[in-house]
Write a protein that binds this ligand. Sequence first.
Ligand SMILES: NC(=O)c1ccc[n+]([C@@H]2O[C@H](COP(=O)([O-])OP(=O)(O)OC[C@H]3O[C@@H](n4cnc5c(N)ncnc54)[C@H](O)[C@@H]3O)[C@@H](O)[C@H]2O)c1
Ligand SMILES: [Fe+2]
Length: 439
Amino acid sequence: MPCCHADFAFTEDSDRAFCVGMPAFTFGAGCLAEAGEQARELGLKRVALFTDRWLRASQHVATVLSSLSAASVEVEVYDEVAVEPNTSSFKAAAAFAAEGRFDGYLSVGGGSVMDTCKAANLYATHPAEFMTYVNAPIGGGQKVPGPVKPHIACPTTAGTGSETTGIAIFNLSDINAKTGIISRRLVPTLALVDPSVTSTLPRNVVAASGFDCMSHALESLTARPWPRRLNPARGSSRPVSQGANPFSDALAAEALKGVGNYIIRAITDASDIEARTEMMYAAMLAGIAFNAAGCHLPHGLSYAVSGLVRNYHVPGYPEGKTLVPHGMAVVLNNPSVWRYTAACSPGRHTDAASNLGADIRGINPGDAEEAGEALSGRVIELMRAAGIPNGLSDLGFDANDVESLAAGAEPQWRVIRNAPKDVSRDDLKSLFRAAMKYW
Ligand SMILES: NC(=O)c1ccc[n+]([C@@H]2O[C@H](COP(=O)([O-])OP(=O)(O)OC[C@H]3O[C@@H](n4cnc5c(N)ncnc54)[C@H](O)[C@@H]3O)[C@@H](O)[C@H]2O)c1
Ligand SMILES: [Fe+2]
């Protein structure tokens, strides 16, 4: 591998292998109605169905409930999931799961619902003080001690890819910073990925979650290459996310083609079944890719943005709550990051721009500045067509916030360290400054 992939050349300390765990999925319109028979196949008799209170009355939840009923699987519904979950919403879900003594779980919703279900399953199966499994150094970072109960994940947004990842993200209220729990054990047992559910998605949710998917793919491709991770003492202690690798590269490239061709159509026309289906597929591929490679700067910086925003609301998301949708916070940090990272792998940045639909004729793929401009230019073009705010200043941030934004990103070193180069506090400040306004 190193001989033909210059990006993946070994150093003396390199790990000599990377490993990928493949999730199981069923993809296709109508597959949500298979939930009952799939639950029965897994031997489940009594399950908890997680959703949020806006989706509770949806046709999607009704389809899953009637399918469970037809398969004689007993079910209790939990609809108190918080959109963009937090410490207390994770804890409440875990308490519900522990009390119910379920033998399996279904989640029907976006990343917020699927992540909450993963956490509830974990704490009900392996009870522990809440911070035990939360990522170090914020939490204890302890390994999940054994398998969790079966979980069938049914995504209703096209973006997070959470149906294929071992990741559960929440806002740790004590420090107002997003963090999560990561373990191979949390990868859902089966994903039922039914693109027809996206026909009811509000336009802004399609846009934010679609850009989340795009960023998962771009960050996978441009993450620190896997041989630059040190050789672990034991193979079994390799982390879930191991840096850019040939496998994640392939899926991420394919996901970017889908995003480049279909994201704007999917946002602007709810009846465009082809576009919404392709975005659902891209999100799933990008989920598998970033689970294996890891995210880096756009996600690391986004968590400071969503934690520090004041009085911001986007139609289509729950009323009465200050909230920058995850994918929006992520994409607002994209163009500035690509201009900064392009020097590490200009060819990868140029390829990514091309896969996203940029015209790269005339661009010298070895020239860092041209490569960074090609990728950030294409991302900005898509942001403008999608009606995304023009940088962090449109969210109410200004130059006086740069210091606190950089401090807010500090708890994210675990993610930021996966960037292709070492990043200082001053670099973080420059990146936030460069993300204030794009056009
Ligand atoms: N675990 C992972 O691997 C991973 C990856 C990326 C993001 N995330 C997390 O996922 C969360 C964001 O998830 P999301 O973007 O999927 O959105 P979401 O789950 O927060 O949902 C957003 C809104 O869309 C509504 N909605 C969802 N599906 C709908 C449908 N089909 N029709 C109508 N309305 C619908 C919801 O009710 C909610 O109001 C964040 O907390 C983020 O940090 C997790
Ligand atoms: Fe994300």
